[in-house]
Design a protein around this ligand. Sequence first.
Ligand SMILES: *Cc1c(COP(=O)(O)O)cnc(C)c1O
Length: 491
Amino acid sequence: MESPERELELRGDALRDLVGAALERIVRHIDTLPAQPASDLDGAEAVAAAFDEPLPEAGAPAEALLDRIFGAAVTKGFNTAGPGYLAYIPGGGLPHAAVADLVAGAVNRYVGVYTVAPALARIEATVIRWLRDLAGFPAGASGYLATGGSLANFSAVVTARAERLPEDFLRGTLYVSDQGHHSIAKAARLAGFPAERVRAVESDERSRVRLDRLQAAVDEDRRRGLEPFLVVGNAGTTNTGAVDDLGALADLAARERLWFHVDAAYGGCFLLTERGRRALAGIERADTVVLDPHKGLFLPYGTGAILARDGRALARAHGGAAEYLPSLGDDPERIDFCRISPELSRGFRGLRVWLPLMMHGAQAFRRALDEKLDLARLACAELRRLDGLEIVAGPELSVVAFRLAPRPDLGLVADALDAANERLLAAVNARRRVFLSGTRLRGRFTLRICVLSFRTHEDRVHAALDDIRASIPAALGASYPPTAPPESTFR
Ligand SMILES: *Cc1c(COP(=O)(O)O)cnc(C)c1O
């Protein structure tokens, strides 16, 4: 037994026991993921309420605490790590990255300033260089790992503001399509812009920004004496995975002297694949790009990335200095992350990206991402064959949006059709083999399948299709089936 004043210095067998106890539960959890329900909220509120407890004065044994976590605390909710998670934008959570987090936390070296941990800071800088090369950015580019795409988008908006607007920036206007992620408008608000300075530009039938509307909005704002400064291109929208015409946006941005930011939080990692590179052509002309390793590189939540074509722009927007800090350099090879990001103290995020990529190489990720593109195409082709469904958006990347088609004979139009589609979603999810989410496209409730988890394979997509097929009657409700359709000799 350690003396009380050393009680917190966990080491030796005590440390081994704690890690061992956690490891045993982690392995059991991970190995049973495919058999776990895709969602389970039964009694979740009561489980959650049990954690609303006062700070204990004395401690409790680790095994019991871990059991509380790995029991209902983990399992009650959406199974975001499981193969059936096809909702929102999945990622899955590579366990390698979790091990890297354990290492990073255990050594607790500080990577915010290069000279404090040169090799570890270099690991993170190398990860950034890999991502930079992926985006097709030149040597002078730089970037950092943020906690996610929202924070990275915020940093991009702040950088664009600092580079293109005067200190008194309230006349600045920015442009993103009506399919843009809400984190752009949120970033603008956090960066100090009134809501009416954010233009949601109409998108076309394939959910890509309409360039004529964008140009008209910029012209109109200039006429009104406002200062257009930023256009955000989507490289994989959350609703349908749509990719704006990035080359045309780059041209427009150059002509209008706008900062060109590409939100590739979802789509960016597909640049590892041939099809992804084709879909995202033009991204290399952006001023800043955001991509999310916790989506397309399957990392656990907590890692986004921002890249800037001119790395010094990040320093100009985020830089700071203080007497009490170690000396900071200007050498782009020796990045002080605290100078190019909003954070000072931060975790060593580079390791969680580095370890899985080094262990498996780019090819394993390329193969996995290609598999996701194939699975989305498979899902789309099979959904097309289901009677009564319509594809609202085919897979540009790995999202398929679909819904029950209007049935005037059943009274299924407008709100009644929306309600039926909501019932369809609920019925599919109630089967608990997959978990899908819905959205609204052009005002209409729409279901979507997003295949992105490294754990999702063909068997699970077939399970999703079977569950959708089986749920259609329940969704159509009492009015289904209508009077038997006439036997047709035509097919
Ligand atoms: C997920 C996503 C974001 C936000 O990223 P977080 O990592 O969730 O903060 C921004 N834009 C797009 C297109 C996204 O898919």
